[in-house]
Design a protein around this ligand. Structure first.
Ligand SMILES: [Zn+2]
Length: 200
């Protein structure tokens, strides 16, 4: 006990009252490199080093674990691991495939539209703007765009969004109070709303 009491921190501190530098009087809690540290000085002097040691050791352990795991994996699983390591590359290929399928469909839909009717005629039935096949096609596009919005270039579908926007406005200004035609619009409004929500 006495021995323990006798061990003091060996760090130098400036004593404001005495006006000179003396050794810290706190009791020793740690010993490193043959020097005694109290808790406060140990944290100040050694914590940076501790974090460094911890992080190096952690990455070493992780690497060792992965190496060991990898070697012990069956061959087909090793291939799977390699596949996932290359995943970003594979994903890009898949994304390109999907978008190269979607954009032409959008173009096809737009080419088939009568823009003058959509922009200028304000009627209450949605079928005055789009035929049934056109409308179904529009629903289909809204569904796949909602599904793949993350990989879609918004600029490339801006015309399509504008058409849908115009249709929605037409609905609001023409048929809002008219319950006879309202049900015709519901599916379109619902799908377009969902799409806009994911787009935000
Ligand atoms: Zn100290």
């Amino acid at each position: 006990m006495l021995l323990k009491m006798a061990r003091r921190c060996q760090c130098a501190i400036y004593d404001k009252e005495l006006g000179y530098t003396r050794n810290c009087r706190n009791s020793c809690k740690f010993e490193a490199k043959g020097k005694n540290y109290c808790y406060i000085h140990a944290v100040a002097a050694l914590s940076g080093r501790c974090v460094q040691i911890q992080s190096v050791y952690k990455s070493y352990r992780t690497r060792k674990k992965i190496d060991k795991l990898f070697v012990n994996l069956p061959r087909e699983l090793q291939q799977k691991v390699i596949h996932y390591m290359r995943e970003p590359m594979y994903l890009k290929r898949v994304y390109d495939k999907i978008t190269s399928y979607i954009y032409p469909k959008i173009t096809l839909f737009l080419e088939d539209l009568d823009f003058a009717v959509i922009i200028f005629s304000k009627t209450e039935s949605i079928y005055d703007y789009l035929s049934r096949p056109q409308l179904n096609y529009c629903y289909y596009l809204l569904r796949i765009l909602t599904k793949y919005y993350k990989i879609i270039n918004k600029k490339k579908i801006q015309d399509f969004i504008n058409v849908c926007n115009t249709l929605e406005i037409n609905y609001v200004i023409s048929t809002y109070d008219n319950s006879i035609y309202k049900t015709e619009w519901l599916e379109f409004l619902d799908l377009f709303k969902k799409f806009i929500q994911v787009l935000k």
